[in-house]
Write a protein that binds this ligand. Structure first.
Ligand code: ZN
Length: 336
């Protein structure tokens, strides 16, 4: 970790968030200029006491890179508590994030929110264990159940009984039960961190249960995987119609910074993020047209091309177009 040296750099004194174009240059240089960086990502200051960890899961040619973090995360600092959004894929990556948090603030995270059940957002919870204790770990009830269902039977073992054997280990993660359940439904949860309140809301779309984490000053929203920037989204667990509704609502209202689940941070009026919302619309239109013509989902997804006006997109693996079309077809079939 290069944080000790980086912490003294002028960024910490209050430099503005780089523009998306600047961030692209930063990404090319393996996030040079961030507060702290490693091969799997870098930490960026968004404003007073609010940081984004941006994963760098691709190599310089757009191929598979270091995926120990795999997804983005965030650190929100209050006078009394520090909340981290998402646990990354592996305990090693999240332990790096915890160390970066400690180097920046002199304190460790007190709260952890897992936005949804996918392995790259819950696999690293064990990296937050300190002297046998976890911070408060928040998930929705549905997310907890989906983690259990998706990653197999959980057999508690290990020191202090916090770690467990589970199929999350196939992805480099460890299963850890949440300590707190966010109130399900629209009520959400407000967490007072001391002179800073964080709002947590449950929505759905990327999965059956997704959490959105919002900060008012600076105005930042951590979207989990409801939003992807420059990386084609995984529809594997999605309800595509609800996803579109959730995404449109996230872009409404006053301009704010958006930390997507994957890809670079931007403002809600940045083209790259608006392109994501337009991409969802383009997929919806193409899937509905192909469905009406009776073209099989695999064939229609396989031949789908993203309009050039929406820029270049990376892929975690092949077949994501087909998955998106399959999920649309399932929904259209249900609706009759
Ligand atoms: Zn996800």
């Amino acid at each position: 970790m290069q944080l000790a040296a980086a912490a003294a750099c002028s960024c910490l004194a209050g430099c503005a968030l780089p523009t998306v174009a600047e961030q692209r240059r930063i990404e090319k240089k393996a996030v040079d200029g961030s507060l702290a960086r490693t091969t799997f990502g870098g930490l960026h200051r968004l404003g007073d006491g609010v940081y984004a960890f941006v994963a760098t899961p691709f190599d310089s040619r757009g191929g598979k890179g270091d995926r120990r973090a795999h997804s983005n995360s965030g650190i929100i600092v209050g006078d009394e508590g520090i909340l981290v959004v998402d646990a990354l894929r592996t305990p090693g990556a999240s332990a790096w994030l915890v160390a970066a948090c400690h180097a920046l603030t002199g304190r460790r995270p007190t709260h952890l929110v897992c936005t949804h059940f996918h392995f790259d957002h819950v696999g690293g919870v064990a990296g937050f264990v300190h002297q046998g204790k976890l911070p408060r770990v928040y998930q929705t009830r549905r997310t907890r159940d989906l983690v259990r269902d998706s990653y197999g039977e959980v057999v508690p073992k290990g020191e202090q009984g916090l770690l467990a054997q589970s199929s999350l280990q196939a992805f480099g993660g460890h299963y850890v039960e949440p300590t707190d359940i966010v109130i399900d439904g629209t009520e959400g949860l407000r967490i007072d961190l001391g002179r800073r309140t964080v709002n947590i809301r449950e929505v759905s779309g990327h999965t059956e249960s997704d959490l959105v984490v919002e900060v008012e000053d600076p105005r930042v929203v951590f979207t989990g995987d409801l939003v992807w920037n420059g990386i084609f989204p995984n529809f594997m667990s999605a309800h595509p119609e609800r996803l579109g509704i959730a995404v449109r609502s996230l872009f409404q209202g006053e301009k704010r910074l958006m930390v997507p689940g994957h890809g670079l941070v931007g403002a809600t009026d940045d083209d790259s993020l608006k392109n994501y919302a337009d991409l969802l619309d383009a997929v919806e239109l193409a899937a509905k047209q192909a469905y009406a013509k009776g073209i099989p989902a695999e064939q229609a997804g396989g031949s789908f091309q993203i309009p050039e006006s929406l820029g270049a997109w990376k892929y975690f693996r092949p077949g994501f177009h087909e998955t998106a079309f399959r999920k649309w077809y399932e929904l259209l079939q249900e609706k009759g």
